[in-house]
Write a protein that binds this ligand. Structure first.
Ligand code: SAH
Length: 214
C-alpha cells in the first residue's frame, strides 16, 4: 500500500486526469507521501484524496498538488524553472518537498507551530535540504528572502494579499486558491507589464487562510 508501485499507480492516474508536465510527475513519483501523514492513514496515502494531518488541517489532494506545481512551473519545458519559491501553509510539508526537487530553494511559512515542527523533522529525516521554514502568519510573506520567482499559497483567502504580490520578481508568478469556505477558484497571477492580473485555472477546495499564529 505504501510501495513504489502504489506511487507509480497514482502517477499514472494523475497523468490520466490531465497532468502533463513530466517534471512534476517525476518529482511526485519520488516523494513518499505516506511519510507525510499519520501512520494510521498511511494505507490511503496514494489515493487521490486530501487527508487529515491534525489541527483541523489537511494534506492536499495529489491532483491539486500536481496542478498547482504545474501552474507554478509555467507553460512548458521551454520556460525557466523558478529558482526561489515561497510557500504559504507548510502543513504536512508534502507540497514543499515536491517543489524542493524542482527548484533551487523553497521557503515555507506555517502558522501552526506543532505542524511545522513535524514537517521540519520530515525534511531533515528525508534529506530535503533546500527547504527553509518559518513559524509566522504567512499573509505577510517572508520579506527577508524576497523577491521570489514564485509564490504558492496552499490555504484559501478571500483575496490575494498585496503584500505577497509585492514580494514577487517582476516576471514572477503566484498561484493561490481564492474564495469562500466551501469552494474556491485556483488563480495564477502574473504581471503583464501594466500590473498583476489573475487567470482562473478551475475550482478547488482548501482549508482557510487564517490570521495570526498558533
Ligand atoms: N501545503 C500543505 C497543505 C496544508 S493545508 C501540504 O502539502 O500538506 C494549509 C495549511 O496552511 C495549514 O497547515 C494551515 O495551518 C496553514 N495556514 C493557514 N493560514 C495560514 C497563514 N496565514 N500563514 C501560514 N500558514 C497558514
Amino acid at each position: 500500500m505504501t510501495s513504489q508501485r502504489a506511487r507509480d499507480r497514482l502517477i499514472e492516474r494523475l497523468r490520466g486526469e490531465g497532468i502533463r508536465d513530466e517534471r512534476v510527475l517525476t518529482a511526485m513519483r519520488q516523494v513518499p507521501r505516506h511519510l507525510f501523514i499519520d501512520e494510521a492513514l498511511a494505507s490511503r496515502a496514494y489515493e487521490d484524496t486530501a487527508l487529515p494531518i491534525g489541527k483541523s488541517q489537511t494534506i492536499s489532494q495529489p491532483w491539486v498538488v500536481a496542478r498547482m506545481t504545474e501552474a507554478l512551473l509555467g507553460a512548458g519545458p521551454e520556460q525557466p524553472v523558478p529558482k526561489r519559491v515561497l510557500e504559504i501553509g507548510t502543513g504536512s510539508g508534502y507540497q514543499a518537498a515536491v517543489l524542493s526537487l524542482l527548484v533551487d530553494e523553497v521557503h515555507t511559512v506555517e502558522r501552526i507551530d506543532e505542524l511545522l515542527r513535524v514537517a521540519r523533522k520530515r525534511f531533515r529525516t528525508l534529506g530535503f535540504a533546500n527547504i527553509r521554514t518559518r513559524h509566522d502568519d504567512g499573509r505577510a510573506g517572508w520579506a527577508e528572502h524576497a523577491p521570489f520567482d514564485a509564490i504558492i499559497v496552499t490555504a484559501a483567502g478571500a483575496m490575494v494579499e498585496p503584500a505577497l504580490l509585492a514580494q514577487l520578481k517582476p516576471d514572477g508568478v503566484l498561484v493561490a486558491p481564492v474564495g469562500g469556505s466551501t469552494s474556491q477558484e485556483l488563480q495564477r497571477w502574473r504581471n503583464n507589464g501594466q500590473g498583476w492580473q489573475p487567470e482562473t485555472l478551475g475550482s478547488v477546495v482548501f482549508v482557510p487562510l487564517l490570521p495570526g499564529v498558533a
